[in-house]
Design a protein around this ligand. Structure first.
Ligand code: C2R
Length: 165
C-alpha cells in the first residue's frame, strides 16, 4: 500500500524507538493506509522537525503519529507547526519507564492539542489515525469494521475453546 502518496506520517525521536513504533506502521499497512516513516527529533533536529511539520499538509499528509521517550517534546513541537491532527505515543525509555514521556506528551497548552495514547500504544495510535481518515475514506472505514468483526469472532472462538472444555 506504500507505493501510494502517503496519507499518514509516523515520526519517532530516535532509532531506538523503532521496535515499538513499527507496530504503528504494521497497523497502517494492515488497514491499507499509505504512510511515510521517519526519525526526527525536536531536540536534536529542531529545524528538520519544524520543516517536516510545516510542509506535511501541502505534501498530502492528513494525520501524524509521533512517538518519543523521556522528555518527549516531539509530538507537541510538531503540533506547534501544523493544524493537522497529531497523535502522540509516549514511549517507555529511561529510568522513569515512560511516565515522563506520558506527562510531556499529554500536558499540552490549550489551543495546541496532541491526542495522546497509552505508553507504548503505537498500535492504538495507528487505529486512531485510521478512525480519523475513515471520515473521508470509506475503504478505511470498511477495513476498520472488518478488523473489529474479526477480533470479535476470534474472541468468541477463544471463549468456546477455553471456557467450555
Ligand atoms: P536515544 O536512544 O537516541 O538516546 O533516545 C527518543 O524518542 C528516545 O526515546 C532516547 C530517547 O530520547 C527521545 N527523544 C525525544 C526527542 N528526541 C529524542 N524525546 C524529542 O525531540 O522530543
Amino acid at each position: 500500500m506504500n507505493d501510494k502518496k502517503p496519507l499518514a506520517a509516523v515520526v519517532m525521536g530516535s532509532d531506538s524507538d523503532l521496535p515499538v513504533m513499527k507496530k504503528a506502521a504494521e497497523v497502517l499497512k494492515e488497514m491499507g493506509v499509505s504512510y511515510e516513516m521517519k526519525i526526527s527529533s525536536a531536540h536534536r533536529m529542531p529545524e528538520e522537525t519544524a520543516q517536516f511539520a510545516r510542509t506535511a499538509r501541502q505534501r498530502g499528509i492528513e494525520v501524524i503519529i509521533a512517538g518519543a521517550g523521556m522528555a518527549a517534546h516531539l509530538a507537541g513541537a510538531i503540533a506547534a507547526h501544523t493544524t493537522l491532527p497529531v497523535i502522540g505515543v509516549p514511549l517507555k525509555s529511561g529510568e522513569l519507564n515512560g511516565v515522563d514521556a506520558l506527562y510531556s506528551t499529554v500536558q499540552m497548552p490549550s489551543g495546541i492539542p496532541v491526542a495522546t495514547v497509552a505508553i507504548n500504544g503505537a498500535a492504538n495510535a495507528a487505529y486512531l489515525a485510521c478512525s480519523i481518515l475513515s471520515i473521508k475514506y470509506p475503504e478505511i472505514k470498511s477495513a476498520l469494521d472488518a478488523k473489529r468483526e474479526k477480533t470479535r469472532e476470534n474472541l468468541i472462538k477463544k471463549s468456546d475453546a477455553v471456557c467450555n472444555e
